[in-house]
Each structure stands twice: as C-alpha cells, then as structure tokens.
Design a protein around this ligand. Sequence first.
Ligand code: ADP
Ligand code: MG
Length: 920
Amino acid sequence: MTEATGIVGEFLTLKEGTDADLLAMQCGDFYEFFAEDAEIVADELDLKVSQKSSHGSSYPMAGVPVDDLTPYVSALVERGYRVAIADQHETENGHAREITRVVTPGTHLETGDESAQYLAAVVRETGRDGGDTYGIAATDVTTGQFQITQLDDADAGEALTELYTFAPAEILPGPELRNDDEFLDRLRERTDAALTLHDAASFEPGRASHTVREQFGGETVDSVGIGDQDVAVRAAGAVLSYVEDTGVGTLAAVTRLQAYGERDHVDLDATTQRNLELTETMQGDSSGSLFDTIDHTVTAAGGRLLQQWLQRPRRNRAELRRRQACVAALSEAAMARERIRETLSDAYDLERLAARATSGSADARDLRAAQETLALLGQVADAVIETERLAESPLADALDGADRDAADALAAELDSALVADPPGTVRQGGLFKRGYDDDLDEVIDEHEAALEWLETLPEREKERTGITHLSVDRNKTDGYYIQVGKSETDAVPDEYQHIKTLKNSKRYTTPELDEKERDVLRLEERRHDMEYERFQELRERVAERATLLQDVGRTLAELDAFASLAVHAVENDWTRPAVVEGNELSIEAGRHPVVEQTTEFVPNDLYMDDDRQFLIVTGPNMSGKSTYMRQAALITLLAQVGSFVPARSATVGVVDGIFTRVGALDELAQGRSTFMVEMQELSNILHSATDESLVILDEVGRGTATFDGISIAWAATEYIVNSIRSKTLFATHYHELTALGEELPTVENVHVAVDGEPRSAEGDGDVTFLRTVRDGPTDRSYGVHVADLAGVPEPVVDRSQEVLDRLRDDKAIEIRGSEGDSGGTTQTVFDLDSGQFTDGAAQSGDTSAGADEPVATDGSPEHAPEGSVTETPGGDETAASLDPETEAVLSELTALDVNETPPVELMAKVQEWQAELDDE
Ligand code: ADP
Ligand code: MG
C-alpha cells in the first residue's frame, strides 16, 4: 500500500478519523473529494473526475466550488450518504484542516423539503422476566421538536410501528439491537431511513441521563414524568449526543421535550400508511393522496403539521373534541377564517427560522422574515378576538400558547434594526437602519459622505475643467479613477496622473482621489465588520428566543391546519363526527374522501359494534369493496385527527390502531413474493391488533392455491373473532367464508350491490362458489407453510392446517367458536360441495378428529342459521346428516380391525349391521 502524503494524505487521514461515508475537504476555493469518494460523488452527482498525482501515485479527484457546496451535500444526503465536511483555516504556518460537521439524513438543516425530518434512536432492554422494554426518542433538528416514549413489555413489531409513525430519515439502533439481524432487516425493509451505529457509550444510562438533563434542565425532565432509569432516556441521550457530534449547531434549538405515552397515538404501521395513501399514493405520487386532497394550508409549517396529524392520529378524546371545536368554529365563521388565512399566507416558517438562527446560518433576510411573521400573531389574534364565534371557541386558548407581548417586542426590536429589504449576504453591510446603533451610525455617515463626494466628483470636475466626457468609476485593478474621452485629454489639469490608455479614453487619478479612495475602503471595511458583528449579536439574541419563535410558529401552524380542515369540510359538505368510547362505528351516507373528488360517488352506510364486530364484504370485481373498506378506515382516521368526515353523520368509537392488509402493487419490485408479503402483513396484524383496533383485510390468501387460501382466511377469521375481537372488515372472493357470517354471532355478511344501488346491504344468503381449483399437486401445502414461515401466530397456522385437511378429505369445514365462546366446543359443519350447512353433524372441540367420530346432533337453535339448513344431498357419505343407528354402525365399522378379526366373525358382523340398517 502506498502511503499517500501531501493533500491526498491529509484527506485520507481525516477520512480515517470519521465514520462518515464521504469527506469533502476544503482546498482554497474548492471542496475536494479524493480517491474512492471522488468516484462515488462523481457518479452520484455527475461531476468530472480528474487525477491528482501525489508522490508517484495518482488519485481520482472531484471538486465543487466553496459557494456551491450546500446543494451538492444536500443531494448526497438525500441519497442516504453521511457527508463529513473539513474546513480550512489559517494558522501561523500556512493552514490546517479539520472536520467541522457531518451532514447526515437525520441532521440535515438545509433540507429542501418542507415535511418533518426525524432522527430517531431505539433502544431495547430485556427484563429479568424476559419481557422487552423499548425506548424511542425522535427529534427534528429543523424545528427543534423532541419526543420520547417508552413501550413496556412490547415486541419488536410494536416498536417498529411506533418508529414508523415518525417516518424517520435516520435511525440510531441501540447497542442491544445491533446484533439483532431480524430487527435490523425489518427496519431496512419498512423504512428508507439510514441506519447509523452511533457511539455505544452515549446509550449508557448514566451518561444518557446526564446529557438529557443538561439539555432540557432537570425540572423539565422531571415534569414530563421520565425517570433516569427509563429506557427512553437512553435513546434520548444518544440522539442528543449524535446531534452534538455531527456539529449542525442546532442543539440549542432542541428545547422542547415531549414525552408521550403508548396510549396517545393511533398505531399506523408503514404498510397501513401506504395502503391508505395518507401522504403518497401506492404508486408513490404525492398528488392523489389523502393529504394532497384535504390540504388547504397556506404555510409550510401548517402543511407539515397537518401531515403529521394524519400520520399520528390521536386517541385522547378531549384533544379530539378540542380540535373539532376549533374546526367547527372556523367552518362557521367564514369571513374571519378567510381573513386569518389571508394573513397567514404571508407567514414564513418560524420553526425552521429558529433552527437557522440557533445554528448561525440565518441571514438578515431570515431575521426580517422572522420579524414579519412574529408581527402576524397579533393580527390573527385580533381576528379571533373580534369574532364572537371564534372568541368563544378553544381557538382563543390555542393562541395563548404563544406570548403575544414577547412576540411583539422581538418583532419591534428586529424592525428597528434591519432595513426593509436587506441583502442576501451578511458580510457586505447595508443591513441596518439608521438610529439602531450610534457607533455604527457614525461610521455609516462617514462612509456615505465619502461615497457622496465620489458620486458628485464628475460634476465638480466637469465644471472646473470644462471637460464634457468625464466620469468616475471603480474596478479591481485600477481602484477609483477619472475617465476622460480621447478628444478632450489635452484639457486635463496638471494634477491628473495618467494610469491607463484605452481605445477611446484615458484614465487618471489625482492625489485627492487616492486619499478619498483610501478613506472609502477603510470606512467600507469598518462598516462591513461592524454590521456583521452587530448582526451576529442580533442573531444571537434571536437564537436565545428560539422557543418563542417555535411557539409562535407552532400556534400559527395550528391555526393554519384548523382553517384548512374547516375549508375542506365546508367545501365538501363534511360532517362533525361523534367521537365516542367503545367499539361503535356507524356511518350514514359515507363517502371516500379522495374518490369523491373525481367520481359521482354513491354514498353508503356502515354499522359495526360489539355485536357486529366482523363484516365479511363480498361482491363482484370492481363493485367497490376495497373503496368501501378504505373509506371506513379513512373516516375513522379523520375522526381521530379531529377533522370532520365525509358522511351525512358518523359515530366513531376511538380505536388504538388501524391495521390494513391490501393487495399492494410494489411487492414484486421489492423482490419478495407477493404471498410471502401478504402473510407477513397478516402476521403483523394478528400479533399487533387488539380489541380496540380497526382491521381491514382486503383479500387474504389470494396469492396461493385455493384450498390453502380458504384455510388461512378461515382460520384467521376465527382467530380475530374469537381471540382478538378487533373491529374488522374483510373483503374476500371466497364465498365459503360467508358461512362464518351466518354462523358466528358477531360476524355478519355484507355485499356490495352493483348498478348504483346503495353499496352495502345485509347478507342475503346469495352464496356462489368459486369452483376453479387452481392448485396442482406440487404446491398443495405451500400456502400454510408460507404463513408459518411469515410468523403467523401458531394457533392460526395449526388451525389452517386442520381446515385444509378437512377440505381435502371431506370437502367440509366446521366453524369454531360461537355465542361468545372462543373455546370452540360445538360447531356446525359447512359443506363445500353443496354450499350448505349440514344438519346433525356438529363436531367435538377436537376438530382434528374430523368426520370419522361423529357425535350426536347438537341441534341447538343458535347453530342452525335460518333458511340455510338443508339436507345433505345423497351420495355425499362424508358429510353427516345421519341417523343415530347408521352412525353407530359406522363407528363400529371404523373401529373394527379387519386384520385381527377372524373371517367368520367378520361375516357375522356384516350380517348384524345389515339387519340394523334394514330396520330403519
Ligand atoms: P373492488 O374492490 O370491489 O374490486 P374497488 O373498490 O376497487 O372495487 O372499486 C372499483 C371502482 O369503483 C373504483 O374505480 C372506485 O373508484 C369506484 N367506486 C368504488 N366505490 C364507489 C362508490 N361508492 N361510488 C362511486 N364509485 C365507486
Ligand atoms: Mg378490491
């Protein structure tokens, strides 16, 4: 290996000392990448690679001008790279370079994107009892948000779901999780986040708790109710230490610690966010998403907040009622609402400006923007106070979240300091108003006077000398000069010293002009330095009020988001839902919020509660099943955002999570088999959903052979109904499953009628069967096996196998669990061939025994669905409907061991049985 020296050697040494993916090292007016880094960067950014020779070796080199670094780094970070930046500074003997910051996906300040950008850490601790506790901390350095939570006795799925709600750009897994390949794989699969292994010591409890207390103050930490021993503190400490290490300089803006409990938000995993097309369609476009449809915000911060609300719906009914009341008030007070939106449309992104002030990257235009936006608070507050409908709503309290007097004071201070339209650079003066600072005024006065003298010099000289073609100008090489047209050069006075001859003119200087030039340059430099110094002080004072900026920004954003929800509700005739405790979900004349925008939508009803907990949705292709179910999920979600909903009326029982499994389009693209994905999603739902969740299953089992598919769907349905008890909508093309709807008390069938009829109706027993059996012998048991591999809960896998065996052997399935009995004591057999329930063939709880151990008819009425109990057609020996004598004969026959019985005895037996059967 060649030991590189010189500049390349310096680069390689610096590179060795950082764990960043790429290093940009300043060399004069350029930032250079060398060696491998040069090739990567050239590839990603379409830069030219040149060769740098260093002591006999040659290294690839790519560079960007110093002033252009930011966009290049942004582009690299957006592609997932972590980029270290080494700046050059002067020293006594030449210059030195050191890494001043590392820009990473989660700590990227100059993001071009308006949406939130979270950096998260996740830690796991396993208790003595074997239960796992997860701690999660997430911060958005662009706005200073910081949230932590802890999941006690949780599994990896729950932790991942919690993480997904932040859609993090970068994740720091704790030391315990780094060797858990399965966990890391799932992280990689489900998020685009960069995974970074940050210094394990920063996760250490003592150090982490110290870091957290330093950052937020002991009192704050105590007041949000987190103890030093909490696992969440370890995650929080690591996040803070990482932000510090990367040197973005925004740590001071991270002031607002929010701890939230497990029960605050609705669980929405990444799959569900995608299936419901909350912020992107399944095709990955933002247009056509729910957010895109309902977003009428007029500020970046308002849009960001609304998007977060959609991604993190709430469970707390008091908070939902508060939001609803704000939306309701704004939807009724149209004039004031429009006045507020008009005012807000002038607002800049205060939360981000706060971070820029803190990191020292804000320029005078940024501070002007902050000033103008702070001043808006008073205006919108007036609009609220002066409108009775708004003044009496919780909006008035929402405004109290920001200190109006402090905002006015800071706005006034900034206004008195900065000129109305400052330049985009902070080092060349022209930033401050007169009267802001006496010393500065003095320098400015002198500077302006000198400039004035220069400006009026041509007039004076023309008059004095009689020369008409005379001008005064300045350039880099000549400094200030007097230029005289060629025809008049004879008339120049003696003190004019010639410095240059051009084609049509000559340039001169004079001792007086030289002296003024020195004055101007001196004053100019002094003024620039002074203004820059004053500006830094001013920016510092703004940075100290970062919390105020954030509070005002947050308040304005909230107002914007409420107004947006109100606008959408009014324009689309949405209604305020009743948000209640319990499991009811009733929707009258509901619509799909996105589809209704482009289609003459046929409204439909939905009713679910404890007695009607599981709906099997059938109907022809393209009849609207998927739409109907997503609509139910979206209306629930919107209600838990605090929004109005697309319906004539709606009552929504608060859910703790929404889980969906919808045929996705991009599975093939991800290189995973569709069916495997389907089973993983099902598995995740069966593990995560609770009796307070809403579950949407849009075709389960379709990716495999028919019998396998039915078996899995059947077993999953029984498991949800009997063990999980979530509110569930299940669309299926397996009409066999409607038997469950007729038989299990809390399961109902609905079907989607076509041709513009209302799209929901009670099940009417209209059962048709799918007879195309697509499975061949080779993949017969593939489906259940994959379900097992995908981690579907064991009872469901075992049960699927049983159902499958019975389907194959007997073409019949028995239904487990009825009348609130999850144990599965008595069941009615559903006969696949006839499509009927068979009478008198109830099975024992040990269903694996199958049909060969018939027991006496249960006959209890609750198991005989009206109108569907029929005789089994003759010729079907396996299905039951047999009289007791026949059954007795059959069981004897089955029990008989032919090989061990002497032939004579056999003959006697057969005669005996014949006689018994003849008796009938
Ligand atoms: P399915 O899942 O039954 O195959 P989809 O839900 O995918 O059907 O709907 C099929 C088409 O019908 C879609 O284009 C959808 O936009 C439209 N659609 C669904 N429900 C309605 C409705 N209630 N009113 C109008 N159009 C609808
Ligand atoms: Mg569909």
